[in-house]
Design a protein around this ligand. Structure first.
Ligand SMILES: C[S@@+](CC[C@H](N)C(=O)[O-])C[C@H]1O[C@@H](n2cnc3c(N)ncnc32)[C@H](O)[C@@H]1O
Length: 197
C-alpha cells in the first residue's frame, strides 16, 4: 500500500461513516489520546466547515452543545444542539458574538488559511489564527477547559508554544496519523486552562 492509498483510506472511511471530511480522524485521534471534549460542556469549533469535527462531537457526546464558526457556510443534518456563525474569527466583533455562548468547556480550531504557495505567508497566517484562538481561550474558555489548535509549523512555533504554556497547565504538540505526510501542520493541545491568568 502506498502512502497515497493510505491517505485515500481516510477519505473513503469518512464517506462510509457519513462525515463530510477526512479531517474527522485527526480530531478522533486527538480526543482519544487527550480527552479534550468534556461531555455536557459547550464546545466552540473554530474553522468548522464542512462540519466533520462538529459532527464527531455531536455523535460521540450526545447532549453536548457545539457552536461552529467559519468563513464558509455549513449545514449539519442534525441541527439540534448546534449553532453556526458565518464570520471571520479575526474580525473585531467575533469575540462579542461568541461570548453569548460562553463559557466554553473546550475550544477546538482546525482553522487554516487558504494556501498561497508561499510557505512563509501561509505560516504567518496560520500563526495569526492560532494567536486569535488563544485570545479566545483567555476570554471565553472556563478554568480547567481544554483547547486544540492547528498550526503550520514555522519560525513562530516556539514563541506560540510559550504563549500557550502561559494559559494552560499542560501543553503538547501532536501530529495525528491522518495528517498528510507532506503537510507542515501540527496540533497544539492545551490541557486545563489556568484559573488565574
Ligand atoms: C481544514 S478546514 C476545517 C475542517 C473541519 N474541521 C472539518 O472537519 O470539517 C479549515 C477551515 O478554516 C476556515 N477558516 C480559515 N480562516 C478562517 C477565519 N479567519 N475565520 C473563520 N474560519 C476560517 C476555512 O474557511 C475552512 O473551512
Amino acid at each position: 500500500m502506498t502512502p497515497r492509498d493510505h491517505l485515500d483510506s481516510y477519505a473513503l472511511r469518512a464517506q462510509r461513516e457519513g462525515y463530510p471530511a477526512r479531517s474527522v480522524y485527526k480530531l478522533k485521534e486527538i480526543d482519544e489520546r487527550f480527552r479534550v471534549v468534556r461531555p455536557g460542556k459547550t464546545v466552540l469549533d473554530v474553522g468548522s466547515s464542512p462540519g466533520s469535527w462538529s459532527l464527531y462531537v455531536l455523535r460521540r457526546y450526545p447532549g453536548t452543545t457545539v457552536v461552529g464558526v467559519d468563513l464558509q457556510e455549513m449545514r449539519l443534518e442534525a441541527p439540534q444542539h448546534f449553532t453556526f456563525y458565518q464570520l471571520d474569527i479575526l474580525s473585531p466583533d467575533a469575540e462579542s458574538v461568541l461570548k453569548t455562548h460562553a463559557p466554553f468547556g473546550t475550544i477546538l480550531s482546525d482553522a487554516a488559511p487558504n494556501t498561497s504557495g508561499h510557505a512563509g505567508v501561509d505560516v504567518a497566517r496560520s500563526e495569526a489564527l492560532v494567536e486569535q484562538v488563544l485570545l479566545l481561550a483567555r476570554s471565553l474558555l472556563e478554568a480547567g477547559g481544554h483547547w486544540v489548535a492547528k498550526l503550520f509549523q514555522g519560525s513562530g512555533t516556539q514563541a506560540l508554544l510559550k504563549e500557550t504554556r502561559a494559559v494552560f497547565e499542560s501543553v503538547k504538540t501532536f501530529r495525528p496519523k491522518a495528517v498528510r505526510s507532506e503537510s507542515r501542520e501540527t496540533y497544539i493541545v492545551g490541557l486545563s486552562r489556568k484559573e488565574n491568568l
